[in-house]
Ligand binder design. Sequence first.
Ligand code: VAH
Length: 365
Amino acid sequence: MRPKIISSFLQSALGRCSNWKGHVGSLACSVGRVGTTGHPLRHCHTINGDPPRILITGGLGQLGTGLAKLLRSKYGVENVILSDIVKPSKEVVSQGPYVFANILDFKCLQEIVVTYRIDWLIHFSALLSAIGEQNVPLAIRVNIEGLHNIMELSKQYNLRVFVPSTIGAFGPTSPRNPTPNLTIQRPRTIYGVSKVHGELLGEYYNHRFGLDFRCLRFPGVISSDTQPGGGTTDYAVQIFHDAIQGRHFECYLRPNSRLPMMYIDDCLRALWEMLVAPEEQLRCRTYNVTAMSFCPEEIVTAVRNHFPNLQVSYRPDSRQDIADTWPEVFDDSEARNDWGWHHSYDLEAMCNIMFDNLRRQHNMT
Ligand code: VAH
């Protein structure tokens, strides 16, 4: 058993190098033991013997700083460049390289890729669902025109590029429980439309130009030290902050609005595993990933296990209309089968780690 897997892995790694005619260096992956999922264990990758140099756009959103930390632990602090258009905190710049990057300015992006010798690009810049509906022209510029720059840049410099998509890429005509990886996608938000466009454009560049495009459709992401910005699933983060501070929690969704969700550590690990998965494991370039599905009344019950006196009321607003068009349960079986994805945190485990983190942040330990 063992010799076959090692040889195919080696073959694939070497094979891939030979494909990248334009690629100056050789892409080497160190072979490791086969993991529990039977998929070759992912080890740190090198390009030309050096760690990949990675640029993250939209770095000061919900996922950027956490991902930079994870990738720096694998590839070295100096090889992961965080970027955005806003001034970073002292803490952010103390953690590693940070640059200004306006994704609407192609020249600015070219300069960064050349100056920092970037190999991989992770593109987080985007207006999320709720805030996008409040400013459609800006959402089109950032989410669509910005993406066009990223695609052309990645093609020009032969970058491996990761662009996140979302449960929001599905609409009311998609099966909602479960929502398969490949099905009808007619979203009703500009955010969703821009993300379907991103999936299709990335797959087109992969098919037409061999661009190493990779995409994951994330559910709502729950994090303790970074705030989500303008999404429809944000309530599931807000409830933790209200509980720990003894505040009344008002939910803008109905108690039974079920949505797929994931704890941030699972989200970042899924992203990294998809980023380094051997290409021959990728039977497609866009995958659903998830960990759990819950509705407001279920997370209220789970939070009350920690804070029994949490006061809750429900006042649905326009975000309810968005949630009503989204998947209730996400089918991520293809990601699990193809590259061994599996989540670690269910609702209870997520509540435990969220409150551990928040108690530490509020010096309540
Ligand atoms: C939003 N949090 O609500 C984002 C996400 C899965 C949802 O895309 O818009």
